[in-house]
Design a protein around this ligand. Structure first.
Ligand SMILES: [Zn+2]
Length: 380
């Protein structure tokens, strides 16, 4: 590799000067090689850094055939010295979350023997996968233990050991790593082969929070947010819960109870509304205009439509239809003597897109069409 990796020696370097070695136009941007760089290229599950190079916006940095390329919106002159500046707030968030991942993986490996088999980090989500399953208690313990390591403010160091020295060090590693091994050591916690920038002391991580887990590929995926990501998440959740509690006129500490109460109330209201609607159907059947064949019932379910169509047919004879508007058109139930009902259903299918079916005296389903044209068809 031609480019000197400044980010390996100093993860906190956010401004630097470098010489432009090459600049080519690529599809939508310019592809630039420097003699040295503080921009971390995408790798090991971590996105590349972003920032500027003498006014040119760096949107991506990649290692291609062993060389580092910066993708910019403007060309730079070959041979010129340019000044680079990273979006360091973004990079530092990545450093916090990446170092936290080492802590958790180290603890899990030592305590449960599970390997970290996948890691993904971006601006909104950190996930990592283990080849084993945890109980809820084990997850809680792991999270607490990881945070203890944060509170102890342990040293994080990176180094390239000699080949001989490496033989005597036990470390976690992905299979198939080529070239010199860079080890990242977290005091009394973990030793892992890794190319990315990390924080210098674990205290800088602030907090390690597991948000969720999923079982997959014969193991567990953990969703986590640490440091600034976790604070952001906490802020969003706090303001969400405040908004929910304002809407429910409840104190934030009673949010769960307030939601349970409203769920129960809603179920009761639903049951009461159903009863009232059933009564309403009976009245509507009594007051039905005999010259019509259809009845419109707002908010009714299939059972209520059946009740209405059947009641109308029994009271007045002929094929009777009950409909209820939905998002795409309406639900319907048709009830009459077998032959007539079949005939009416065939006619309906010639006029609209109809899903559903039935036999003997009943046809039911849904019609996809503007409600106004459905109403016109049925004369309601
Ligand atoms: Zn790492």
């Amino acid at each position: 590799m031609i480019t000197e990796k400044l980010y390996e020696k100093n993860a906190y370097l956010s401004r630097f000067e470098a010489k432009v070695l090459s600049c080519e136009k690529s599809e939508k941007s310019y592809r630039i090689m420097l003699d040295k760089t503080a921009f971390f290229p995408e790798g090991g599950g971590q996105p590349s850094d972003k920032g500027v190079l003498s006014g040119a916006i760096v949107s991506d940095v990649q290692i291609e055939n062993g060389e580092i390329f910066h993708y910019t919106d403007k060309p730079l002159n070959i041979g010129e010295t340019v000044s680079g500046e990273l979006d360091f707030a973004r990079r530092f968030n990545f450093m916090q979350n990446h170092t936290a991942e080492h802590i958790v993986s180290g603890i899990v490996f030592k305590k449960y023997g599970f390997d970290n088999i996948g890691f993904h980090l971006n601006e909104s989500e950190v996930t990592f996968d283990f080849n084993g399953f945890f109980t809820a208690e084990q997850l809680k313990e792991t999270e607490l233990e990881a945070n203890r390591r944060v509170w102890q403010n342990l040293k994080v160091t990176a180094f390239y050991p000699e080949r001989k020295e490496l033989e005597n060090i036990s470390y976690r590693s992905k299979s198939g790593i080529k070239g010199d091994i860079r080890l990242v050591e977290i005091e009394n916690t973990d030793m892992c082969a890794c190319c990315a920038p990390h924080v210098k002391n674990t205290g800088e991580i602030g907090i390690i929070k597991f948000l969720n887990t999923e079982k997959q590929h014969g193991g567990t995926r953990i969703f986590m947010k640490c440091g600034a990501f976790a604070l952001d998440d906490y802020h969003n959740k706090t303001s969400d819960i405040k908004a929910i509690c304002n809407a429910l006129s409840a104190k934030t500490e009673n949010a769960k109870e307030a939601v349970s109460a409203i769920k129960i109330r809603l179920e009761n209201e639903k049951a009461a509304a159903k009863e009232l609607r059933n009564e309403l159907i009976e009245y509507k059947i009594k007051l039905f205009d005999k010259s019509k064949s259809a009845m419109l019932l707002a908010g009714a379910d299939m059972k209520q439509l059946q009740m209405a169509a059947d009641g109308l047919h029994k009271a007045y004879g002929g094929v009777k239809i009950a409909i209820c508007e939905n998002d795409d058109g309406c639900l319907f139930v048709m009830c009459g003597e077998a032959g007539e009902t079949e005939e009416q259903f065939k006619k309906l299918k010639l006029s609209f897109t109809v899903k559903g079916g039935g036999r003997d005296k009943i046809r039911q389903g849904s019609i996809t069409a503007p409600i106004e044209s459905i109403k016109k068809y049925f004369g309601v």
